[in-house]
Design a protein around this ligand. Structure first.
Ligand code: NDP
Length: 447
């Protein structure tokens, strides 16, 4: 059987065994496509059922999360934790609270996390979790009761050497606080290494809040330099206005760019003179309002509830909201308008069609599993500080983050070149991330 036939048969089996999970299929298809290149060169990576084991989570947990709302009514949500692969270290990956969450979405995120965590060079495995709970419009007390109920089940399955969750969409510092409080109460110990993204006075790390957005800017900067470009003087679109987007905007502007637009799920804001980051933080982080409020309060900004953010001409696009937010048509519009670089702050924001367009139109593309790895890398730095009961300065931690992102870019670039696909950072990221995990799995036997 040729490598192509072998990989197609793995994929066909995966489709049958995981019906109705299109995001998971999409994430696996992209990785398997890159792995054909490895298997043609190093066929031993198909031994011992390695690829089939890699695509099957070690453990998948689904649980009921009942809670009482402010009216005294009982609400029932569904909780998930997918512990995908622990060959390199404890499972590590965020929790997402969003009404769109289902098992397939958590599996796609957990699968991506394996390779991302491997690329950081730090000893962490891959996992992901969350719930279909919608935090929008809920009171603080409702958020707290939900988090307490969620952790009442999850606490049995996590631990500093077992599985270390963090935040993702809908889970920030407030939610991590309530989750940690309930864990501490149930476990009867202050086990700081059990969650990351904690508050600074109780085991959190400086730079964790900024890490994914800053890391994305550091990665993008390396990609720009490799192609003779720079942030200075460039126009950048950042989709989203959450944790990743805010700090990507902040760092891109510090490095000399003008961020000309950002968004939320209701619309986008055009900011031709750049973003007032202090105002954006006030609107989103302090007041928890919509992006339209920013446009109401900043004279040069305009709010657009209709149309696509990707229609504005730009040099660099940084999708930082959610999966599949940038499709083939949007990618063509970006290319037609002269965009030369796309780097993903979100997980899988580009559809497979969009990635094809980047390749055809010569857009340099940094995939999420490499470009947004700064968040989980800094979570691993938080785990290191917890393990030695230390806390590092902002500058020291930021320098480590910067070096990790530069190394990830170099690893993607050199691996792509080594395998005959110079400049294709998707292939570089997938192959480099895969080989480290695969070597560990082969060394540890069939488990
Ligand atoms: P936040 O909850 O802080 O912000 C999410 C942002 O994306 C909001 O502006 C939200 O708008 C928008 N958004 C969410 N869902 C949709 C949707 N279906 N359609 C349009 N817009 C949407 O999340 P983060 O910033 O933490 O996460 C953003 C992305 O980055 C996700 O893909 C996440 O997996 C990824 N990521 C996050 C990391 C982290 O450290 N936080 C690490 C690595 C990746 P609205 O408020 O209207 O919903």
């Amino acid at each position: 059987m040729s490598v192509d036939e072998q990989v197609s048969s793995y994929y066909d089996m995966l489709l049958k065994r995981n019906a109705g999970e299109p995001e998971f299929h999409q994430a696996v298809a992209e990785v398997l496509d890159s792995l054909k290149i490895v298997l043609n060169k190093d066929p031993h990576y198909a031994d011992y059922g390695l690829i089939q084991r890699l695509c099957e989570p070690e453990r998948q947990l689904i649980f009921r999360v009942p809670w009482v709302d402010d009216n005294g009514d009982v609400q029932v949500n569904r909780g998930f934790r997918v512990q995908f692969n622990s060959a390199l270290g404890p499972y590590k990956g965020g929790l997402r609270f969003h009404p769109s969450v289902n098992l397939g979405i958590i599996k796609f995120l957990g699968f991506e996390q394996i390779f991302k965590n491997s690329l950081t060079g730090l000893p962490i495995g891959g996992g992901k979790g969350g719930s279909d709970f919608d935090p929008k419009g809920k009171s603080d007390a409702e958020i707290m009761r939900f988090c307490q109920s969620f952790m009442t089940e999850l606490h049995r399955h996590i631990g500093e050497y077992r599985d270390v969750p963090a935040g993702d969409i809908g889970v920030g510092g407030r939610e991590i606080g309530y989750l940690f409080g309930q864990y501490r109460r149930l476990a009867n110990k202050h086990e700081s290494g059990v969650l990351t993204g904690k508050g600074l006075t109780w085991g959190g790390s400086l730079v964790r809040t900024e890490a994914t957005g800053y890391g994305l800017a550091y990665f993008t900067n390396e990609m720009l330099k490799a192609h003779g470009a720079e942030f200075t003087g460039s126009k950048v679109i950042v989709s989203g206005s959450g944790n990743v987007a805010i700090y990507a905007i902040e760092k891109a502007q510090e490095l000399g760019a003008t961020v000309i637009a950002f968004s939320d799920s209701s619309g986008w804001v055009h900011t031709p003179n750049g973003v007032d980051v202090a105002k954006l933080k006030d609107v989103k982080e302090v007041r928890r309002e919509r992006v339209s409020t920013y446009a109401d309060e900043v004279e040069s900004a305009t709010y657009h509830p209709e149309g696509s953010i990707w229609e504005l001409p730009c040099d660099i696009a940084l999708p930082c909201a959610t999966q599949n937010e940038l499709d083939g048509a949007a990618a063509r519009t970006l290319a037609d308008n002269g965009c030369k670089f796309v780097a993903e702050g979100a997980n899988m924001p580009s559809t497979a069609d969009a990635i094809e367009v980047y390749r055809e139109r010569g857009i340099h593309f940094g995939p999420g599993k490499a470009a947004n790895a700064g968040g989980v890398a800094t979570s691993a730095l938080e785990m290191q500080q917890n393990a030695c009961r230390d806390s590092w300065s902002f500058d020291y931690t930021d320098k480590l983050l910067h070096d990790i992102m530069s190394n990830i870019f170099k690893t993607c670039a050199t691996t792509a070149k080594e395998y005959g696909h110079d400049g294709d950072y998707v292939i570089g990221a997938n192959i480099a991330g895969f080989k480290k995990v695969a070597d560990a799995m082969l060394a540890q036997g069939v488990i």
